[in-house]
Unconditional design. Sequence first.
Length: 133
Amino acid sequence: VFTMESRLLVGFEIGAYESPLSLLAQITVDVPIDDATASLAFEILVQCARHYELLRLTPRILASCALYLALKNTQSAPGWSDGLADRCGFSTEVIDQAARHHLHELDGEDLKCRSLASITRERTYAFTLLIKC
């Protein structure tokens, strides 16, 4: 199960599949996202890989929803913008509706994740994911 979850997050073979994680990296390549937001977006993708019904969604919509919810929940700068929505390939309204409709089972979940930026990865973050706020 762990191997399949990993493959869903990072892809099967280079160039054969666009993974949500690779798309998240492409979308945020030159956007100043803080560590807490990036770590939460990654954790949301991990949680999505554990819900069978979410596997039918495209990697782009999963990455977009994860970033949108992470920025919304951490309320960090630069925050969500229409420019970021354009990078995702969807309007803000479409991403908001997709997050509310498809990821509603994660609403209220207590998530703990390790820092992506910490060298030792010992720093952890704790969030209560709010989707319908």
